[in-house]
Design a protein around this ligand. Structure first.
Ligand code: SF4
Length: 211
């Protein structure tokens, strides 16, 4: 069997962990996907429309999923600090606990962590490269983190107001971004090849903290 086909077929088998019939611990696979995304998304992407885009659903379907997660006290809506007419979705402490204990991808996460840091970084980079190829073939990369985004800029000392310790600036939202926020998912991400703006050695800390 060609090596590439064998690898892709293994990926398809791995995907059974997060695409399934029925529910696990009371949530269907799309509800898990939504909760997982909202637990990792930055403040610009925790909106009903960004959620709909990420999970590939209509606004009506995403809204129904939000209602289901709210009814289980896993999610709350709060007015946006940036735009009072908008709402931002927040995963509750109970939602975080649910993700930590029962997220169907946790077994895969543990298995990938067990590969070790170097293998983990290689796997991450290979998967990103594959997604970049798919992106070039007109399939969107749904979300990624600031460090590879063309809108991220370093912030000069003493510039801007609020979030005074923020090290970076998002040129799209014209908003300060802290180092921690650069690791959150954003659906407005636009890929750049001009990386890294953030030291690569941070990868090792990130892999270690996911264990
Ligand atoms: S820099 Fe890019 S990924 Fe980060 S918040 Fe701005 S648009 Fe989103």
């Amino acid at each position: 069997m060609p090596l590439a086909r064998e690898a892709v077929e293994l990926l398809v088998q791995a995907a059974r962990a997060w695409y399934f019939e029925g529910n696990q611990h009371g949530l269907r696979d799309r509800e898990w996907m939504a909760l997982r995304f909202l637990g990792r998304a930055n403040r610009f992407s925790r909106t009903p429309s960004a959620l709909a885009g990420f999970i590939g659903a209509t606004r009506a379907t995403a809204s129904q999923i939000v209602k289901t997660l709210e009814s289980k006290s896993l999610l709350v809506r709060k007015p946006s600090h940036e735009d009072k007419r908008s709402v931002v979705l927040h995963v509750t402490a109970q939602g975080d606990k649910c993700l930590n204990q029962h997220d169907p991808i946790n077994h895969v996460l543990n298995a990938v962590t067990a590969l070790g840091t170097d293998e983990c970084i290689r796997l991450r980079d290979s998967l990103r490269e594959i997604l970049n190829h798919l992106d070039a073939a007109h399939q969107r990369l749904d979300a990624s983190i600031c460090r590879d985004c063309m809108f991220l800029a370093e912030r000069g000392p003493g510039t801007g107001k609020g979030r005074g310790t923020a090290e970076f600036m998002c040129r799209l939202y014209r908003a300060p971004i802290s180092l921690e926020e650069t690791e959150l998912l954003c659906t407005s991400f636009e890929r750049t090849r001009d990386r890294p703006k953030i030291e690569q050695h941070l990868d090792r800390g990130r892999v270690a903290s996911q264990g």
